[in-house]
Design a protein around this ligand. Structure first.
Ligand code: GDP
Ligand code: IMO
Ligand code: MG
Length: 416
């Protein structure tokens, strides 16, 4: 039995979907443990590009058990569409299970997400995905959220909807939010999703006992984590490996392997600090070469050089043992490549990401510059000059690079 976690070490979109897909081939079950359809995970197999937002990426391997765990927030209408999407690809969705403890994103959560963004002043805007993620987690913490398991109890659902709308107060005026209509829509949801809703904590622990291999797929990335990220420019869940246990119900002692996914440069979508961001032509060149546009919202991603303070912190905070470095091919043909190895603050060397964004703003990134590696023949393995880049990552993070990715396809991967 192995139980492994895959998580993003930067600001999301590192290529977790691709790496999960590669590792899922050897797993019996794949599990999402946090976040919702703010995530957009891309998997490319042959000439087919597939995008999943809430169902774990490993589900595209027919026959795998795919679980959406306790720690997720789930828009049931999006889930229904995604189940149909999977079936449309010829992949049976009978093995996709939703935890009865996962919270459901309601139409009023999406509404409130938009209202809260519009109420924030210019520099305070988070740039959320607008999917209702934050408000759903707020109701969960406020203890009036609706969990998937509540759908079987109409009176419970109705009480929670009434309470949520009461709390929304005049902000819901003119929005068309109506308790009867929402309750009635949820009855149809229950009919459609009932076969998929399970006590997935018992299910997963049963699989652990049987000695099955389980892969836990993180969403977002370490610097979007609600505690460790650039608060308040973060998402509303914990993106750490630690939360893989809490968000799935698999005890922490059963997790034995932690993979961190690192993009060969850095991107961020939405607002918030980004120390190595490149404005102007250099950033634009990376965006173009890497096709850096959001999978979920289509927004252009902000681009910059690799920041090893970010990756070093992620490795330490998550006890990552293996790194997967993606999108190295995007840097092919660059004249020069810069890598931030540490920051300087008031004459001191900063190795780990600061806890306050005001301190981060005063940090000066320090770079090493490398000559570009030209256009290597990736089919021959990792070229020497690319190896120098990988060694720089290993030396600075104290983690081994076990997976090298040089294209979106499965076959564009080197396992070391
Ligand atoms: P995720 O959110 O971490 O799963 O990442 P996304 O799917 O949002 O974004 C990563 C994008 O990069 C997707 O379009 C992938 O198909 C693509 N991708 C993944 N690995 C590589 C790689 O090594 N090279 C290139 N060129 N593209 C990659
Ligand atoms: P994957 O799993 C990149 C960002 C949003 C915004 C902030 C808060 O594909 O890597 P939210 O809607 O979560 O309240 O938005 O977090 N964000 C992501 N950025 N990749 C993601 O997911 C993201 N999910 C949320 O852009 O800045
Ligand atoms: Mg993504």
């Amino acid at each position: 039995m192995t139980c492994a976690v895959v998580l993003g070490t930067q600001w999301g979109d590192e290529g977790k979907g691709k790496i999960t897909d590669i590792l899922a081939g050897r797993s019996d079950a794949v599990v999402r443990y946090q976040g919702g359809n703010n995530a957009g995970h891309t998997i490319v197999v042959g000439d087919r590009t597939m995008k999943l937002h809430i169902i774990p990426s490993g589900a595209i391997h027919p026959g795998k058990i795919a679980v959406i765990g306790d720690g997720c927030v789930v828009d049931p209408w999006v889930l229904i569409k995604e189940l149909e999407y999977l079936e449309g690809l010829g992949i049976p969705a009978d093995n996709v299970f939703l935890s009865d403890r996962a919270h459901l994103i309601m139409p009023y959560h999406r509404l409130l997400d938009g209202i809260q963004e519009s109420e924030r002043s210019g520099s305070g805007k988070v740039g959320t995905t607008g999917r209702g993620i934050g408000p759903c987690y707020m109701d969960r913490a406020g203890r009036f959220g609706i969990r998937a398991g509540d759908l079987a109890y109409e009176d419970v659902v109705r009480e929670r909807i009434d309470e949520a709308l009461r709390k929304l107060g005049p902000r819901a005026d003119g929005s068309g939010m109506e308790a009867d209509a929402i309750a009635s829509d949820l009855r149809s949801v229950q009919e459609r999703l009932a076969p998929h809703i399970r006590n997935t904590v018992d299910m997963l622990n049963g699989l652990v006992k049987e000695g099955k291999d389980i892969l836990l797929e993180g969403a977002q990335g370490q610097m979007l984590d609600i505690d460790r990220g650039t608060y308040p420019f973060v998402t509303s869940s914990s993106c750490t490996a630690g939360n893989a246990s809490a968000g799935s119900g698999i005890g922490p002692r059963n997790i034995d392997r932690i993979y961190g996914v690192v993009k060969a440069y850095t991107t961020r979508v939405g607002e918030g600090p980004f120390p190595t961001e490149l404005s102007g032509e250099e950033g634009e060149a990376i965006r173009k070469a890497g096709g850096e546009f959001g999978t979920t919202t289509g927004r252009p991603r902000r681009c910059g050089w690799l920041d090893l303070v970010v990756v070093r912190s992620s490795v330490a905070w998550n006890t990552i043992d293996t790194l997967a470095v993606t999108k190295l091919d995007v840097l092919d043909g660059s004249d020069r490549i810069e890598v931030c190895t540490h920051y300087m603050l008031d004459g001191r060397r900063v190795e780990y990401f600061p806890s306050h964004i005001r301190d981060l703003a005063r940090c000066e990134p320090v770079y090493v510059e490398m000559e570009g590696w030209g256009h290597p023949d990736w089919s021959e393995g990792v070229a020497d000059r690319v190896m120098d880049y990988i060694r720089l990552i290993e030396e600075n993070t104290h983690a081994r690079v076990g997976i090298v990715s040089f294209g979106p396809g499965r076959e564009q991967t080197i396992l070391r």
